[in-house]
Design a protein around this ligand. Structure first.
Ligand code: ZN
Length: 277
């Protein structure tokens, strides 16, 4: 049987705003509800940022705590992944919620230009986040925006800063970082298989590249990421109605490629996570 596909959904992010798409979940209540709908549509991993009343990126630990509590209550076995992303948060704040022990947290293993800012991840900070994740048994999702980040992750496994079977996300289509080109993804996956044969991977296409990258991932045996953080549109002319609508589209694609949609239990086993509590 073909390998089940884990559908990840990035429900909010730090960039889109309600004026871009009113369906964007921003308050904690909206985020919990959106996660629940996505879970019912086939998502088994939710990637979360938290925002304040003005929709700005927030760093308050209590928001992460409340969100995690709400999600656990409504979808007990979904995999929760906190973002340690940068926008508007200090280095210290970016790791301050890891003691809440989400199942996973994102970890970018290098710096890169984004459309209007530098996404700063200096070496000492990357090491600090990796050590915190080891301490609290939080599995990192390594975010690869640029090729060097992949090789840095390989070195970090060698140095014991990452466990030997990391989960890697290849991000494509962020302006100033790697473009969404299939041959780049093929090269990345081939390098990953050569150097870290036990690793798992997912790819994310940003904006109009989302669906295209979903197709490539399914064909190449990877997992899929979707959600309004990466792309607020359904197609060129229409906004997506919800995160769950985007998840549903990926679930249908899985069938097209003969890939079963992973259950939460299967996803936890594939990612070698602790069972849901
Ligand atoms: Zn994010």
């Amino acid at each position: 049987m073909a390998e089940p596909c884990i559908i990840s959904v990035a429900i909010t992010g730090s960039v889109p705003r309600k004026k871009d798409n009113p369906a964007l979940p921003v308050s904690i209540e909206e985020q919990v509800e959106s996660t629940h709908e996505c879970y019912e549509a086939g998502a088994t991993l939710v990637h979360v940022h938290v925002r304040d009343e003005h929709e700005n990126s927030a760093s308050d630990v209590w928001r992460f705590e409340k969100l995690q509590e709400g999600v656990r209550k409504h979808c007990p076995d979904i995999i929760i992944q906190f973002s340690t992303g940068g926008r508007g948060r200090s280095f210290e704040q970016r790791g301050a919620m890891l003691h809440l022990r989400p199942d996973m947290a994102s970890l970018a293993t290098g710096s890169v230009n984004f459309p209007t800012i530098i996404y700063e991840n200096p070496p000492d900070f990357v090491r600090y986040l990796a050590e915190e994740m080891l301490k609290y048994d939080v599995k990192p999702e390594i975010e690869v925006f640029d090729l060097a980040m992949l090789y840095n992750a390989i070195d970090m496994v060698r140095d014991g800063l990452l466990k030997p079977s990391p989960h890697i996300q290849f991000v494509m289509g962020v302006k100033h970082a790697l473009p969404a080109r299939r041959e780049i993804l093929e090269f990345e996956v081939a390098q990953l298989k050569k150097h870290l044969p036990d690793a798992t991977w997912v790819a994310a296409g940003i904006g109009r590249h989302q669906l295209e990258v979903n197709h490539w991932s399914l064909e190449m045996g990877g997992h899929c990421r979707t959600g309004l953080e990466d792309n607020i549109r359904w197609d060129k002319n229409t906004l997506a109605k919800s995160n769950a609508q985007l998840v549903g589209r990926v679930a249908e694609l899985c069938a097209q490629y003969g890939r079963p949609v992973a259950s939460a239990k299967q996803a936890r086993e594939m990612l070698k996570l602790r069972p849901s509590s």
